[in-house]
Design a protein around this ligand. Structure first.
Ligand code: AGP
Length: 612
């Protein structure tokens, strides 16, 4: 949450920062701001989006070659101009941008007020910049040392960049719990929350580790130290994605582009990890720790949101295929109870961003208790990927739309491979069944491409139900998590209340909601429970609910009962979520567009949730 960008070099900083902030807007869009050394300190900030900030920026004061910028997801204080970053210290000499939360800001603020400091905003960030100033004065030390000492006094999470009017040739950046990437150019440096603002200028990056800070100098020199004052040397890494991958490529929205990218994303996630005709599966991370993983008492899957839904599908797949008991935990709950977990457990942590604070904290807890952590992340080099003992990247490519789509399908395909490899090694299913599923998985992208053709039809259904106040999504077995995911997609981008339920649970409560105004989306592709689903459809029909059913091509039975059917290609039931989710993503997308919502940046949300 919150996006931060910094630049020091020979180019004009302002356009680089503005472009970077637009790329990071998915992380938060409550307000935006920049600070430039012109050489006087120039600050522009505004509630709203980066385009609103551009309107208030004075073009005669944007030629600086050093600056910092921020796009905010509000934590402390309303999203107004006053609380927008950057924040200035009382002397006006230091400006800071911050992503994260300073938990002990109240006591620090009290102390600073006693020492004569005043505060213009309600933010924890303004407290931090004044603490740095106070430390620098008291200790009579360099700014970087003052940053280090101050950060040792704060509790919480942060990624910060500090600009100093007394040293226009230096930027200082630090992180703990919030991501920060340094782009290393030719006598220039870029700093950002992720690599998207950097990729256009350099592919050479350094990922700062937790509790580290960097001093970046205009002459091209830089140093990295721990907050304990120990010098660090980091290998420069090469970015693997291209600029095109983070642009819309002709689509109106990132979400739509990412829905359509799913066949390719799944192919990328499977590439080099399996071959159906040769009959092999190779998940590198699993091989490395194979003894521990194969002898695990149980798997605990922990994640949040959409990633938690793919975890539920993972539970189904791993138990069904590999016969290993699985528990799926909301990371936010897991971390705050006293879970029974030890060295015989394997924890699968799933996260698109790899930065979700709750998931990261759940991992730390499980690590303390000696469990093996297997990370399934999309963002390379992310905190969760680095905190895991082993893992697999999903290789979905950058996902910019706040509503997760291709990340979900690639997570499911990776978990399918994990389940199959474990099943093969444990001999829990016949080799012929492993082979059959590999063939089906290899061909799934073609079937998703075919599924994408339902778009126009889904759009028509969206037009009919766009004004509904509630939606119910029902599925059974492996399609129950798909119902949850379909409901989440709809509520997060269209603001329509939606609930996902196991279809058979409907009669234990939600059935009371059904009347002629209630659209009910059925996932009705499961062969194993087909008759049961038909009964559930009948129950809704009897109460005049409007039935939208996702069925296999050629299904005539449900067609005769439903108000609308969406036909999708048939696949093996346990792989069906990869197909059935597609029309639900499209339904949410079209409804949201018809309601005039911002699908890529829905209200109150941010792409990576780096606060608790
Ligand atoms: C999905 O559409 C959501 N925006 C959200 O639930 C997301 O999946 C969740 O915040 C977890 O994020 P992660 O996968 O990056 O950890």
């Amino acid at each position: 949450m919150c996006g931060i960008v910094g630049y020091i070099g020979r180019k004009e900083a302002y356009p680089i920062i503005i472009k970077g902030l637009k790329r990071l807007e998915y992380r938060g869009y409550d307000s935006a701001g920049v600070a430039l050394l012109h050489p006087e300190m120039v600050i522009f900030k505004k509630a709203g989006k980066v385009v609103d900030l551009e309107k208030v920026a004075d073009p005669t004061k944007t030629s600086a070659t050093i600056g910092i910028g921020h796009t905010r997801w509000a934590t402390h204080g309303e999203p107004n101009d006053r609380n927008a970053h950057p924040h200035l210290s009382n002397s006006g000499k230091l400006a800071i941008i911050h992503n994260g939360i300073i938990e002990n800001y109240a006591s620090i603020k009290e102390e600073l007020i006693k020492r004569g400091y005043h505060f213009d905003s309600d933010t924890d960030t303004e407290v931090l910049v004044n603490l740095i100033e106070e430390v620098q004065k008291k200790e009579n030390t360099t700014l970087d040392n003052a940053v280090r000492i101050a950060l040792n006094e704060v509790v919480g999470a942060y990624a910060i960049v500090v600009l100093n009017i007394d040293n226009p040739d230096q930027l200082i950046a630090a992180r703990k719990g919030s991501p920060l990437v340094l782009g290393i150019g030719e006598k220039e440096f870029f700093i950002a929350s992720d690599a998207s603002p950097i990729i256009e200028y350099t592919k050479n990056v350094v990922y700062l580790d937790d509790q580290e800070y960097a001093v970046l100098n205009r002459d091209g020199s830089y140093s990295i130290k721990t907050l304990g004052n120990v010098e660090k040397s980091h290998e420069i890494q090469k970015l693997e994605f291209s600029l095109e991958m983070i642009e819309k490529g002709g689509f109106e929205h990132f979400m739509l582009k990412e829905i359509y990218e799913q066949p390719k994303a799944i192919e990328d996630s499977l590439r080099g990890r399996m071959n159906a005709s040769q009959g092999w599966i190779k998940m590198g991370g699993l091989t490395e720790y194979s003894n521990k993983i194969l002898s695990a008492d149980r798997f605990i899957i922990t994640a949040c949101g959409t990633s938690w839904h793919s975890g539920l599908i993972g539970e189904y797949l791993i138990e069904e295929l590999a016969r290993i008991p699985v528990e799926v935990e909301y990371a936010s709950e897991f971390r705050y109870r006293n879970p029974i977990i030890d060295e015989k457990d394997v924890v699968l942590a799933i996260s698109q961003s790899g930065e979700t604070a709750d998931t990261l904290a759940a991992i730390e807890l499980a690590k303390e208790r000696q469990a093996l952590i297997y990370g399934i992340c999309n963002v390379i080099g992310s905190s969760i990927a680095r905190a895991s003992h082993a893992g697999s990247y999903t290789h979905a490519g950058p996902e910019i739309g706040v509503a997760s789509t291709k990340a979900f399908s690639t997570q499911v395909s990776i978990i399918t491979l994990i389940a199959l490899q474990l099943a093969e090694k444990k001999g829990t299913i016949p080799a012929s069944r492993v082979r059959q599923l590999l063939f089906e998985l290899e061909g799934i992208s073609k079937k998703i491409e075919e599924t994408l053709l339902v778009d126009a039809q889904v759009k028509e259904i969206a037009a009919i139900y766009k004004d509904a106040s509630n939606f119910l999504y029902l599925g059974r077995g492996v399609n129950f998590p798909v119902a949850l995911e379909g409901a989440l997609k709809l509520k997060e981008i269209s603001y329509i209340h939606a609930e996902g339920y196991p279809a058979a649970e409907m009669k234990h409560g939600p059935i009371a909601l059904i009347d002629e105004n209630m659209p009910v989306v059925f996932l009705a592709t499961n062969k194993s429970a087909y008759e049961k689903i038909v009964s559930n459809v009948q129950e809704v029909k009897a109460r005049k609910g409007k039935i939208i059913a996702v069925v296999h091509k050629g299904d005539t039975h449900i067609r005769s009962l439903a108000d609308h059917i969406i036909e999708v290609p048939e696949t093996d039931e346990i792989l069906s979520p990869l197909i059935t989710i597609v029309p639900l993503q499209m339904l949410a997308y079209h409804i949201a567009i018809m309601r005039g919502c911002n699908v890529d940046q829905p209200r109150n949300l941010a792409k990576s949730v780096t606060v608790e």
